[in-house]
Design a protein around this ligand. Structure first.
Ligand SMILES: Nc1nc2c(c(=O)[nH]1)N[C@H]1C(S)=C(S)[C@@H](COP(=O)(O)OP(=O)(O)OC[C@H]3O[C@@H](n4cnc5c(=O)[nH]c(N)nc54)[C@H](O)[C@@H]3O)O[C@H]1N2
Ligand SMILES: Nc1nc2c(c(=O)[nH]1)N[C@H]1C(S)=C(S)[C@@H](COP(=O)(O)OP(=O)(O)OC[C@H]3O[C@@H](n4cnc5c(=O)[nH]c(N)nc54)[C@H](O)[C@@H]3O)O[C@H]1N2
Ligand code: SF4
Ligand SMILES: [Mo]
Length: 760
């Protein structure tokens, strides 16, 4: 660790997509003793940065404790084993690069570029994302780059593009101060976007009548507690609800005919479709009282300033894109877009999922919100990258789940996972494990040791993480923040972008990957966005450092400003006609609804103080104390029906697997539904592999799996919860000097008999 200094550093929080500004204080500020983490390592301390326009000095408990998590349990050096049965051995970076170059060349010569894929993450910086695109889509010639955004925001991306002509959330956080109705659907904002939620809550407390809060969520959450109206709809019935609202708005004359006439296309088919969705029918399908539906429709039909906020309850559906479309339809019907306090606003999950979209970080995208399938787009990018025409393949690459299927089919020889932990977060985990166990080479770029995915990898590359590498991130309101390197790199770790650039050069593309700094990478990326909706061609690391965070669009020559901006104030949309489009789709409901054998719908989500697979948050004592264990939430009626008591261990079985978890009997959840957190993977002491139960059926447009619902049955579990051994080599944590040891290869899978074969 470097000598303590007095330098305070401004950055963006590396957790959620609110993207709060953090002020990081060094381990010792003048006159104070050195602050240390639980292992005694000097530690930077975070507090809210008042100068950041997105968060105005606020911060939640995850952001506030991030300093405690940055050094503990890290992966320090490259490790390799040629098979999963062997122990990991340290190898020099030089050898790791030689191995990669050798294997890539062999695969390119024998099987072609299609046998290589990368699965990346919204936790990359924009520079990491951008160079991964250049390496895979440009140099290697495969579009097989996908990111965990496929599990997260891809329905929003597809929905915006279909309805408005382009990706890009049109709103800004200031809209929370101006809206008269906050329509929160499929989002537990209180736990998952806490600083935004507090902003809304403070306003509501100060002036209770200035804003009506509506929450649509099958569960009662800390978000719904603040609602004037909570619609606890049956899981997967959102689209019926949205059509039912439209039906009443149309019937009662609350629509904006001028807006529809001037700024939209395809209204007729939509009007016909929603005519079928009568209040009686919708109330029945959604399982809510008709008067609740009428109350919410009255708000949509009468109020000006309707702001919709949504997240995974909407996106993670096999009809995710259709539900996003259904929500945007309501904004088009009422003209509630492009004005202060109005619009459809997706809350991005990860800190830089937005930057990832800008950089082209999904299998069908290219930088600057361009499309792989568009020949002109490919030509522009090939030229900017300095590759021959035709270098970028014309077909979209494999999505996250398609990559798993390709490994299963023996079609992928090298799977490179970076900044994501798929052995907790992908659905149908036993299938993913089996696939990975047969992949000839699994490479994992990770900041921390002993993640679940590391147990199934051959080559571990230690990644320098946020705070150790300089880069840019974009938050949900399109604001870009420069995140400096203010701590030394951990051990031999390297920033992901540097690894991609080095590999590019070693593959012979010396000119294309010659960068002296991440500022140069950003400059090249920014230039490539000129003229696009997400134009950041006027931004640079230097400008962001000098002027602070900036919102896009920020074309070359723009003046820096902290004032909030919105898209589509001119009601001109980036479609061929310049008008937004209504989309008309019939609701489908859940891909795997409850049935006799599996009578409950399991939904999986998040806790306030845990982040995803807990590689960071498990290292902060305060956060662990908030959520010491995963709990199965079940309604008292269901608990009684299945003979389960509060505090019991229950076994939860789906068509794919069976796990056990401790029970919390609560009326926060609807009868017929149960809830589990997503966080505890098989490496955790209290493993609870919720995603072993989930299916992978996905939205056909966005490819986003329905991670919010699967049919299960529950029963009291046998008292003994036996860990299951997995036949896989050594624990990578044993090679990380300062690593907390993982608890071994545990699985929460109940091995008393495997999944029930019942079908229905
Ligand atoms: N504390 C914390 N914050 C986070 C994260 C974290 O791990 N921890 N992760 C970040 C990321 S990447 C993301 S994507 C966001 C996710 O943010 P959210 O989407 O807000 O979080 P979830 O808990 O996954 O799900 C939200 C809600 O969807 C509801 N839901 C389930 N089924 C349905 C349905 O059929 N209809 C409706 N309307 N709602 C339904 C659930 O009951 C749940 O309350 O959070 C970000 N912020
Ligand atoms: N059932 C169900 N499943 C879900 C969800 C759900 O709601 N329900 N949510 C889905 C969603 S929205 C998401 S976003 C995913 C999240 O799931 P994951 O992406 O698997 O979750 P993380 O734990 O955030 O994984 C990020 C990893 O990157 C590592 N890391 C951090 N910084 C760096 C870096 O700079 N470089 C590198 N190389 N590594 C780094 C971290 O240590 C961590 O292991 O889960 C999805 N899965
Ligand atoms: S709200 Fe999100 S971005 Fe802000 S401090 Fe909390 S985790 Fe970080
Ligand atoms: Mo996410």
């Amino acid at each position: 660790m470097a000598e303590p200094t007095d330098a305070r550093t401004l950055s963006q929080c590396p957790y959620c997509g609110v993207g709060c500004g953090l002020e990081m204080l060094p381990p010792a500020v003048a006159g104070q003793s050195v602050r240390r983490d639980a292992e005694g390592t000097p530690m930077w301390t975070a507090r809210g940065s008042r100068s950041h326009p997105s968060s105005l000095g606020q911060v939640c408990i995850k952001g506030a404790t991030v300093g405690e998590t940055l050094s503990r349990g890290r992966l320090s050096q490259p490790l390799y084993r040629s098979s999963l049965e062997e122990d990991f051995q340290p190898i020099p970076w030089e050898a790791a690069f030689d191995l990669l170059v050798d294997r890539l060349r062999t695969i390119l010569d024998t099987r072609g570029a299609g046998a290589i894929a990368m699965y990346g993450s919204g936790q990359f910086h924009t520079e990491d994302y951008y160079l991964a695109q250049k390496l895979f889509k440009g140099a290697l010639g495969t579009n097989n780059f996908d990111a965990n955004s496929r599990l997260c925001m891809s329905s929003a991306v597809a929905g915006y593009t279909r309805s408005l002509g382009s990706d890009g959330p049109p709103c800004c956080y200031e809209d929370l101060d101006h809206c008269s109705v906050a329509f929160l659907i499929g989002t537990n904002t209180a736990d998952c976007h806490p600083v935004l939620f507090q902003r809304l809550l403070k306003r509501k407390k100060r002036q209770p009548r200035s804003v009506t809060i509506v929450v649509v969520d099958p569960r009662a959450t800390d978000t719904s507690k603040a609602a004037d109206l909570h619609l606890a709809i049956a899981p997967g019935t959102d689209l019926a609800l949205l059509h039912g609202i439209a039906h009443l708005v149309l019937r009662q004359g609350g629509f904006d005919s001028d807006f529809i006439e001037e700024a939209t296309d395809d209204f007729a088919a939509y009007g016909q479709l929603v005519a079928e969705w009568t209040p009686e029918r919708v109330a029945g399908v959604c399982g809510i009282p008709e008067k609740q539906l009428r109350a919410v429709a009255r708000l949509w039909g009468s109020q000006k300033g309707i702001l919709s906020l949504w997240s995974m309850g909407v996106n993670q559906r096999r009809e995710g894109t259709a539900v996003v479309g259904g929500l945007i339809n309501l904004h088009l019907l009422t003209g509630e877009i492009g004005r202060p306090g109005a619009g459809p606003f997706s809350l991005t999950g990860q800190p830089n999922a937005m930057g990832g979209r800008e950089a082209g970080g999904l299998a069908h995208l290219l930088p600057g919100y361009r499309l792989v399938a568009n020949g002109e787009h490919r030509a522009v990018v090939e030229q900017a990258w300095g590759f021959a025409p035709g270098s970028i393949a014309p077909e979209p690459g494999l999505t996250a789940w398609q990559q798993v299927e390709a490994i299963e089919a023996g079609a992928l020889d090298l799977w490179w996972v970076a900044a994501t932990n798929p052995l907790v977060s992908l659905p149908n985990l036993e299938r993913v494990k089996a696939a990975m166990a047969r992949c000839p080479l699994v490479v994992l770029s990770e900041a921390y040791a002993a993640t679940e995915t590391a147990h199934y990898a051959h080559l571990l590359l230690p990644a320098s993480q946020w705070s150790e590498k300089a880069g840019a991130m974009t938050n949900s309101e399109r604001r870009v923040t420069y995140c400096p390197a203010f701590r030394p790199r951990h051990g031999q770790s390297r920033p992901d972008w540097e690894v991609f650039a080095e590999l590019g050069r070693r593959l012979g593309f010396t000119e294309q990957f010659r960068y002296g700094s991440s500022a140069e990478v950003y400059a090249e990326f920014a230039a490539l966005t000129a003229g696009r909706v997400c134009d950041v061609s006027g931004l640079s690391h230097a400008l962001l450092q000098r002027e602070g965070p900036q919102q896009w669009p920020f074309p070359s020559g723009s003046q820096p400003s902290s004032a909030s901006r919105r898209l589509y104030g001119d009601l001109c949309f980036p479609t061929p006609s310049g008008r937004a489009r209504f989309v008309a789709e019939q609701p489908l409901g859940l891909a795997e609804p409850a049935c006799e054998a599996y009578p409950l719908v399991l939904t999986v989500g998040r806790y306030l103080g845990q982040w995803h697979t807990m590689t960071r948050t498990a290292k902060a004592e305060r956060l662990q104390a908030m959520h010491p264990e995963p709990l199965l939430e079940i309604h008292p009626q269901d608990a009684q029906r299945f003979g389960i008591d509060d505090g019991d261990l229950a076994s939860i079985t789906s068509r794919r697997s069976r796990i056990t978890a401790k029970v919390q009997v609560t009326d926060r959840i609807r009868p017929g539904s149960v809830f589990l957190p997503m966080h505890w993977g098989f490496s955790q002491e209290l493993a609870c592999e919720a995603n072993a139960l989930m299916h992978e059926q996905a939205c056909p447009i966005s490819g986003q799996p329905e991670l919010k619902a699967t049919a299960v049955c529950v029963a009291p579990a046998a008292a003994v919860h036996r860990p299951r051994e997995q036949p896989l080599g050594s624990d990578p944590a044993s090679h990380a000097g300062d690593a907390t040891r993982s608890s071994g290869h545990r699985s929460s899978r109940d091995d008393q008999g495997g999944p029930s074969r019942a079908t229905c």
